[in-house]
Design a protein around this ligand. Sequence first.
Ligand code: PMP
Length: 425
Amino acid sequence: MEQKIKNMQHSPSVGLLPIDLERIRADFPILDQIIDGNQLVYLDNAATTQKPRVVINAIIEYYRKYNANIHRGLHYLAEKSTEMYEHTRIHVADFIGGVDPKEVIFTRGTTEAINLVAYTWGEENIKEGDEIVITEMEHHANLVPWIQLAKKKKAILKRIPITFCGHLDQSNINEIITSKTKLLALTHMSNVLGTINPVAELTALAKKHGAVVLADGAQAVPHLKVDVKSLGVDFYAFSSHKMLGPTGVGILYGKKELLEAMPPFNMGGEMIREVSFDHVTWAELPNKFEGGTPNIADVVAFDAALHYLEEIGMDNLRQHEMDLTKYAIEHLSAIPGLEIQGPREVEQRGGVISFTDNDLHPHDISTFLDSKGIAIRAGHHCAQPLMSILGKIATARASLYIYNNEADIDALVKALKGMRRYFGL
Ligand code: PMP
């Protein structure tokens, strides 16, 4: 598989090969690990995913053979580094539906991408009395910047509620999204409920009222084929580390007209055209938003992650995750005392499965599973307002990715049953 991916470097996506889980798992060295005598079962993919050997090797190879600062030098290494860095940008632009690479800005992650929009577009465009619409299932990354901006500008923060089943409740949507709406900021896929939101539909409504739309794609791009142009959004943010790539690389897609009109975010080297002691002009897109030395090695290695996903094919990946999510929900729901959050229909959700046990704290569940080598996450998942709506202080969360198999789910289910026996439940 890895050889094949290597041979494919810089070639277009072929996709739609049958999934060979054994071969895929063999590409992830970390999965081989025995922790405290237990085979590692990694089910914390919504937090971050593991890296295939091609990505790890790409980082090593970059530092061994090409390391130099980009855009500045006229020597071979600087030119090569620049070419590799810019190549990833072109690849990202293609991966999200064929946008102009100038519309792809590298950041440190989804959080920084959203903050970039809040501090630039938001500062300039949100005025007193304007309305910002968010949903009740937002991650703090797509919530706190808007709460703070609304406070500062005396704008109004409105929210789309959720239904009992974990969908967005659109029954009063025409009272929420109105001509006063300046921004709709919503998650494409919930990191707690797994819900896939109707971004295209809500964007169309927001656009009727002239609003700008930002979608948080941190949980969507890794798992679904995303075409930002057909979604119609103005801004779309996601992180490399949740899709097999390195940490420290985020992507902000923004429509050119908006990005061109926005002031810069980080000021310093690389983002200027001309500087005198009393006057500065900005560089063209995308450099205007990439002041300073970026995370070159990790951006370069992200290219290998994109190739890897393309080789599998996003449709195949999605099908595999739907099958496995169905299997997991079926088996987890059969455990007495366990309550699963979010929609049941796998077509409407991703493989993020939050659950609680009527008798045990999620932290105890996670600690018990850890003692069996199973990595899940427990807590509020950076969605405290959602937790309070669900009436929970925390949930346990198992989240899937391409290398997970039925044996991982079986291990989770067996350990959860064992846990209840252990606690005499
Ligand atoms: N939004 C969602 C839905 C997420 O799940 C996350 C990561 N947990 C983020 C935003 C923030 O991503 P990052 O930490 O990579 O900036």
